[in-house]
Design a protein. Structure first.
Length: 380
């Protein structure tokens, strides 16, 4: 009997606490006529679960943080801004209250590393003037001295420094920032040079044509890309390089119209860079590449206008490519696919891309133009 009484008292106390918590969260209506003994100690003005919904009315406004003129204020930002409410009826005005923007460690700004053979680079979808101060901050946070900085030309050079764990050589880097294929995007490259640690720092050595150690270059490039991704929420803040703003922010990918009515995609970059970028753009868009030859600069593919890419890295098998090429999974298979031949042509310092359709396809030219427009808007 004592055991049952003990269980009832514990259950009753738990229910009492639950009711008090619900009352404190304003989920239960106020019932002034019903008096529960001891409830005022839980939900009263000084209770543990008191109603706090009106506390904001007593909140005081504090002045904004004042930053001395000699310091950089780009880190200070209003992260908890209350967004404006869309037009709503009076009945809906209090049903969907505005919520502050969440604080996140990373933003949706894309920072990716691309690599081909022994070359690698970073693509950031912000302008060079926005990413330049962040690159400078990266070296300073790693206690690396910047000896040369020319934002107008997009070139920055470090002094000699030693990587952790390296007891043999000292390193030096040249950073080049340029506009990417897309408007307001930046392309970042590193050029690496090393020397024995016994070499005096005052000895001047010219940078080589290519990195002396591609693996060291890639290691530091990976570290830099991680840093740029972590501080991506600062790209839209107030700190930008006005001098780096002189770098043209117009993308290096453009469409040209031929007298015959077809379009040509012009890419202002070297051949290998263009080839790699086109391959990734086709893959992300889900375009079926049947055959490709880097030496001939050719892609044979099947394109379905309006299709959405899967982003999958898995390549289809040879038989699937073969039947797709001959239309068994294309137009004849009711998938709306069009066979196209993509040709890369070197023209001075740029590459021009042509899309040649099947002569028997009445919609081929229009589809080819559509493919080149898609590539212009997505290549990176």
């Amino acid at each position: 009997m004592k055991h049952r009484s003990y269980r009832w008292s514990c259950s009753g106390f738990a229910i009492l606490l639950l009711l008090g918590g619900l009352a404190g969260c304003s989920m239960l209506p106020d019932i002034p006529d019903v008096k529960v003994p001891g409830m005022d100690k839980l939900t009263g003005e000084n209770g543990m679960f008191r109603d706090r919904k009106g506390d904001y009315l007593k909140a005081a406004t504090i002045p904004r943080t004042s930053i001395p003129a000699s310091l950089d204020s780009f880190v200070i930002d209003d992260l908890l801004v209350i967004p404006d409410l869309p037009p709503a009826t009076p009945e809906q005005a209090f049903l969907d209250p505005p919520r502050p923007r969440p604080i996140e460690g990373r933003s949706d700004r894309e920072v990716v590393i691309q690599r081909m053979d022994n070359r690698s680079w970073i693509i950031v979808d912000v302008s060079p003037s926005q990413v330049w101060p962040r690159i400078r901050d990266y070296w300073r946070e790693n206690n690396v001295v910047i000896t040369t900085e020319n934002p107008t030309t997009g070139v920055m050079e470090t002094g000699w420094f030693t990587l952790d764990g390296n007891v043999v050589t000292q390193e030096k880097f040249r950073v080049t920032v340029d506009t990417g294929f897309q408007d307001n995007s930046a392309e970042i490259r590193l050029l690496h040079m090393d020397a024995p640690q016994a070499t005096p720092v005052i000895v001047q050595r010219p940078f080589p044509a290519s990195s002396m150690n591609p693996e060291t270059e890639f290691t530091v490039l990976s570290s830099l890309s991680s840093y740029l991704a972590d501080v991506a929420n600062l790209y839209q803040a107030s700190s930008v390089s006005l001098l780096a703003g002189n770098i043209d922010s117009t993308g290096k990918a453009s469409l040209l119209q031929t007298p015959a009515g077809s379009q040509v995609l012009r890419l202002e970059a070297d051949y290998n860079r263009c080839w790699a970028a086109l391959g990734r753009a086709l893959q992300r868009a889900g375009v079926q590449v049947v055959a490709q030859d880097i030496n001939q600069g050719a892609f044979d593919l099947v394109y379905v206008p309006g299709q959405q890419g899967t982003g999958s890295e898995e390549e289809p098998g040879f038989f699937h490519n073969l039947v797709t090429l001959y239309g068994l999974l294309g137009r004849d298979g009711n998938e709306g696919g069009h066979a196209l031949h993509l040709q890369l042509l070197r023209t001075g310092d740029a590459v021009e891309v042509l899309a040649t359709p099947d002569p028997q396809d009445p919609e081929g030219q229009e589809v080819g133009n559509s493919l080149l427009e898609m590539l212009r808007n997505t290549i990176a």
